[in-house]
Design a protein around this ligand. Structure first.
Ligand SMILES: [Zn+2]
Length: 1158
């Protein structure tokens, strides 16, 4: 039956940033539409034809690339057969290209040989192939189809008047007869908010609270079929499930069947929506949904997110694509809640800002009041609602802060109490369009003991019974799940039950996001965008390791299948390591984990999980790479104690930055295997610590490689005499493994770096660098470094960028008011103050053939600017690394500020979850801290000529407080709690490394486009004068790919010392790179159905087609890929059949089915 698998394209989402997914119709292993299930043998892996054809050793790299390009063009030709004009252009162009390459071969050869640059300049086409259709998305004229959050921000005054009992709102009144025609329907939704770690660790909460909640749930829901409950954290639920017996499991299944228990959202956790990357958001949702599918056969319909500190449309999009129809959000700025309440628009269809139709719409309910606890959910008056939280009955552990306690409901008081509660329900209902009202009933870790269940359920049942038996009240009140609520809402408003926004929907359409959250006054929650940045960085390292391991593991299983014999490869053991890593990553996406808002020891617990998972994933990577680089698979052995490959980066403990191991080099060649986890062929610099500066680096074919030796600095001016760093450009095929060899010896292609040290008015003494040329000029000298693309001018007194783009560091303090900055809140003492070091810094300038850099050490920061000498993506941007140490400071936050002459005015752009870009406006009517936004992968500024993009490898808070300026907070250390329940400050700072790339891109001028004649492959993409207030924006292709490079570095592995044990050969699983705009999000092997299962024969292939802006020059970008109108070719190894998957049809943005049959 293997041959019968058909892949079909699921297409309810075709947007600019859209996931394209395919679902095996016969084998839908889980409900989420976003995931594509593919049988291994279906994809890829034709052994490549590209290499070894051309014998000229010098130009081989360049010609290889040319061959790759030609192959690609062949594909393109097939794909674009209907467009002869374009094809003709391309053909002409390639001919020209080839001619031009051949023509300058002679002189280039000689020149490059003498300068030792051959390996540094891989051939890259001058222009990237971009069919005009691929630009249509970003270039389309926008017609306003939805209300924009940006406009709401423009309109609101953000005053904060006292609203009476509903402090942040207004008085609500109604007429007694309003429900005469259509009675009020009240749905009370019992819930218990279980944080997977916050004041206690995940395991401690489970032991002390969560297991009791779930145990009691089984008993107490069975006592009365009218009782209901929702649950949303699968991390807890699955742990409990593993601990209960079969009878209890059956009882749970019965509750679900009867609709008494609903699994809402179904994610591993209720994730943060600001700092999380969409890779991890998908992964944790997938892990939860797969668990539900396997164990309960359940597909969640409604998402429940009451506690994340602000809400992102990326999450809404993922819910929609995962098959959910409805969602609920809670933490939204109080002024926005009030505005929506006055307009009765608290329920709306949330649409992505690029979506011109309605395909991304999801029905969203925004809770109107301050919190999700009972005092703020039954109606506008917390003093009244608190009296209907029966856990607060007198004598209990908690009470009502409004000083009026609840009363047990009796026949004597039921009439009065029912009227009181109904009054609140009616008032709440006035904020919505329909006559259905939602009243959540719960709080953090509620329903722990049996008594609490009885108190809440029995008293409420009495109130419902009274209300329902008095027809003159015109009310129908009941317990319900959150989907029950939406079902009734959809019915009374005449809507489609499944979720489409069609026909008679009374609800408005909204797009945009809900950052930055304020719950009261000027208390903006922008501190957590940065809190505990060490772990925000570590989270992304785990993500890139997990993705790299998942892909390599899936490729290895497929390869083993081709091998056809049993092998020692630890498939099941590795699968367990992957599963554990997925779950630890998932856990860390929780809104008190990646946010940095947990107690110190909880942070350590998370950190330890991340740390162990990174270690384990390295095991998966090396054991898989080992299999793939073997020529003779029969000699594969697996010994976890003595792996034959070792990743050369080691993190010694959960709270310490990783360092490199030292590779011993001798006359016998030692191999280094380099894994490229991205889907495009790539040339990037790798650096290895070695024991000698006299080193030869050879390719797998034995050709010498240009290498640069730099000193390893034990202290800033003291070099090691035993350890050296060798750096060279590795060329690695997409998802492939390249092999290089290192041995001791004199080699003309290896060059020592040159150094210069500067210190204003001070003396520098450099030790240990006798091997190197070191200059210590006594007078001021201009400092600059350059590569084929860029030249940087650096201040000779500070080592920081100057001239048109300036870099500075600044401090923020905290306000002297009572409420101060803490883990959640940013409450600065006004504008930032310039960082001025107490003593002049030492500046170290390194120059060499592979890279050049300027490193400056200040007291709190070591700042490095690096330029790679590569005519490719890595050469296009400045790499910035800041190692930050503010452990000696109190109530200080340190930021990097980039100042440019870009006329950006008050506009700037930040990404949301690395998935899409949200335009921002800095507003003077808002306090400074309100103008900070989360930055997960990038932020940029632009005017009509240029765009300046800061790409980031970790989530941090960012702002543009002045025109041309972009700043990002790098660490914060705060003495005090900020009164949001955490009960401590943030004082556990670590030495933290923040990595960035800075990219300055000129915009295409119309003239450039019209004068290039045959090279106008981007025709149709002439940048239009875009409206200043367009609600969407897209990064350039170069920016997208630079971001991928930054977040997914090459992984280098050295072989063990004995070369007899392993002589690796390169491995190249794909015939060609993926198109430039298609990102392989993951290739994730699905678990088998068996209990505790290992891998099945299926994997989820998750692709993301990225929206990009064609209004930037695609000339000399160094990109080695093209775009293909959303088509990806998957090869079938065993049958040599080609399967073309078309990921979208452009006109009308409809999808096409794609089928691969053998
Ligand atoms: Zn929470």
């Amino acid at each position: 039956t293997m041959a019968q698998y058909c892949i079909s394209l699921h297409v309810d989402c075709v947007g600019k940033n859209d996931f394209k997914m395919k679902i095996s119709r016969q084998f839908t292993v889980f409900g989420s539409a976003i995931f594509c299930v593919v049988v291994f043998s279906l994809y890829l892996m034709l052994d490549h034809l590209q290499l070894d054809r051309i014998k000229n050793p010098i130009n081989e790299e360049r010609l290889q690339n040319l061959v790759i390009l030609q192959d690609k063009i062949d594909h393109l030709e097939r794909l674009l057969a209907e467009n002869n004009k374009i094809i003709a252009n391309i053909r002409d162009s390639v001919t020209n290209l080839r001619k031009s390459v051949n023509n300058d071969k002679g002189p280039l050869e000689a020149k490059n040989l003498s300068q030792g640059l051959v390996d540094l300049l891989p051939f890259a086409p001058i222009w990237v192939l971009i069919p005009s259709e691929d630009c249509q998305f970003s270039a389309q004229t926008y017609s306003k189809a939805a209300d924009e959050m940006l406009d709401v921000y423009d309109m609101l005054s953000f005053d904060n008047p006292d609203g009476g009992v509903w402090k942040q709102g207004f008085d609500i009144s109604y007429e007694e007869n309003e429900w005469d025609q259509e009675p009020l329907q009240v749905v009370v939704v019992p819930h218990s908010h279980n944080d997977p770690g916050w004041l206690k660790t995940f395991d401690d909460y489970y032991r002390d609270q969560t297991q009791h909640i779930l145990n009691n749930m089984v008993v107490k829901l069975h006592e009365d079929e009218r009782r209901k409950m929702i649950w949303s954290e699968i991390s807890y639920f699955s742990k409990w499930w593993n601990n209960i017996d079969i009878q209890k499991k059956d009882a749970v299944k019965k509750l679900i069947e009867r609709g008494q228990l609903e699994m809402a959202t179904g994610g591993w956790v209720m994730p943060d929506e600001a700092n999380t990357h969409y890779f991890a958001l998908i992964d944790q949702l997938l892990e939860g949904h797969q668990w539900l599918e396997r164990n309960l056969g359940v597909k969640p319909k409604t998402a429940w997110a009451v506690d994340p500190f602000g809400h992102s449309p990326t999450q809404a999009y993922l819910f929609k694509q995962a098959g959910l129809s409805n969602m609920l959000i809670q933490r939204v700025h109080y002024s926005i809640k009030k505005h929506f309440a006055t307009q009765k628009t608290l329920e709306f269809f949330w649409r992505q800002n690029w979506d011109q139709e309605s395909s991304t719409d999801i029905l969203c309910h925004m809770m109107p009041f301050y919190s999700y606890d009972v005092p703020h959910t039954c109606g506008p008056d917390p003093k009244i609602c608190c009296q209907f939280d029966f856990k607060r009955l007198p004598g209990g552990r908690i009470s009502c802060p409004w000083r009026i306690p609840p009363q047990v409901i009796t026949s004597d008081n039921v009439q009065q109490r029912a009227h009181m509660l109904l009054d609140q329900y009616r008032k709440k209902s006035k904020l919505f369009m329909s006559k259905v009202v939602l009243a959540p009933l719960g709080d953090d870790f509620r329903y722990t003991d049996a008594q609490e269940w009885d108190q809440q359920f029995n008293n409420y049942q009495k109130l419902f019974d009274y209300m329902n038996s008095h027809p003159e009240l015109n009310v129908q009140a009941q317990f319900g799940t959150i989907s029950d609520y939406f079902e009734i809402l959809r019915k009374v408003t005449g809507m489609d039950q499944a979720g489409m926004n069609k026909g008679v929907s009374p609800f408005p359409v909204l797009s945009g996001d809900f950052f930055t959250y304020a719950d009261r006054d000027d208390h903006y929650w922008s501190g957590y965008f940065t809190s505990r940045p060490f772990y925000k960085r570590m989270d992304r390292m785990l993500e890139s390791h997990l993705r790299a391991a998942e892909i390599l593991y899936s490729l290895t299983l497929a390869n083993i299948k081709m091998f056809g014999k049993p092998s020692n490869y630890p498939a099941v053991e590795n699968y367990k390591l992957l599963t554990e890593a997925r779950r630890n990553l998932g856990l860390f996406q929780h809104h008190d984990a990646i946010t940095g808002t947990g107690k110190d020891w909880v942070v350590v617990d998370y950190g330890t999980r991340l740390f162990h998972s990174i270690l384990n994933l390295k095991r998966v990577i090396v054991s898989s790479a080992h299999w793939l680089v073997l020529d003779d698979k029969n000699i594969y052995t697996y010994d976890p104690a003595k792996p034959l490959l070792q990743i050369d980066e080691v993190q010694p403990a959960q709270d310490v930055l990783p360092h490199k191991t030292v590779i011993k080099i001798s006359a016998t060649p030692r191999s280094v295997v380099v894994y490229n986890p991205i889907e495009q062929a790539r040339s990037s610099v790798i650096s290895i610590y070695v024991t000698t500066p006299h080193i030869r680096v050879l390719t797998a074919q034995g050709r010498p490689v240009i290498a640069q030796i730099t000193a390893v600095w034990e202290h800033f001016t003291q070099a090691s005499t035993e350890v050296f760093q060798v750096s060279f450009v590795a060329h690695v095929p997409p998802l492939g493994l390249a092999v290089y060899q290192m041995s001791e010896g004199v080699e003309l292609h290896t060059e020592l770096a040159h150094y210069m040290f500067l210190k204003k008015g001070g003396h520098v003494s450099v030790t240990g660098a006798e091997q190197f040329r070191v200059a210590i000029p006594q007078e001021t000298v201009p400092v600059s470094v350059e590569n084929p693309h860029l030249q940087l001018f650096v201040s000779s007194t500070t080592g920081l960028l100057e001239h048109s783009i300036k870099v500075d560091f600044v401090w923020y303090g905290t306000t002297s008011n009572k409420d101060k900055s803490g883990a959640y809140l940013f409450l600065p003492d006004g504008e930032a103050k310039k960082y001025s070091p107490s003593r002049p810094p030492v500046i170290r300038v390194t120059k060499g053939p592979v890279f050049s850099e300027v490193t400056t050490t200040f007291t709190h920061i070591t700042h490095t600017l690096r330029l790679y000498n590569i005519q490719g993506v890595d050469g296009q941007a400045v790499e910035i690394c800041n190692t930050v140490d503010i452990r000696g400071e109190f109530n200080q936050e340190i930021a990097m500020r980039i100042t440019s002459d870009i006329n950006s005015m008050n506009r700037f752009f930040t990404d949301l979850n690395g998935f899409q870009v949200q335009p921002r406006r800095t507003m003077s009517k808002l306090p400074l801290q309100a103008n900070f936004y989360p930055m997960t992968s990038m932020a940029y500024l632009e005017d009509s000529n240029r765009r300046l993009t800061l790409l980031t490898a970790q989530s941090l808070g960012a702002a543009s407080l002045k025109s041309g300026q972009l700043e990002v907070i790098m660490d914060r250390r705060l003495n005090q709690d900020d009164n949001r329940g955490l009960g401590q400050g943030v004082l556990d700072n670590k030495i933290t490394a923040n990595s960035f790339r800075l990219l300055l891109e000129p915009r295409n001028s119309a003239q450039e486009v019209t004068t290039v004649g045959v090279w106008v492959w981007v025709y149709g993409c002439i940048p239009l004068l875009r409206e200043n207030n367009a609600p969407f924006s897209y990064p350039s292709l170069l920016s997208h790919i630079s971001c991928t490079y930054l977040n997914h570095p090459l992984i280098q592995m050295a072989t063990s010392v004995d070369p007899a044990l392993l002589t690796p050969v390169p491995h190249s699983p794909l015939t060609s790179s993926f198109p430039c705009d298609i990102h392989l999000v993951n290739l994730r092997t699905i678990q088998s159905q068996e209990e505790g299962g290992g891998p099945s024969e299926q994997a989820a292939l998750i692709l993301h087609r990225k929206g990009f802006d064609c209004g930037f020059s695609s000339r000399n970008t160094g990109l080695l890929c093209s775009t293909t109108r959303g088509k990806v070719i998957l090869f079938r190894q065993s049958y040599k059949h080609t399967c073309t998957c078309s990921y979208s049809k452009y006109l009308g943005w409809q999808g096409q089915a794609c089928c691969c049959l053998q």
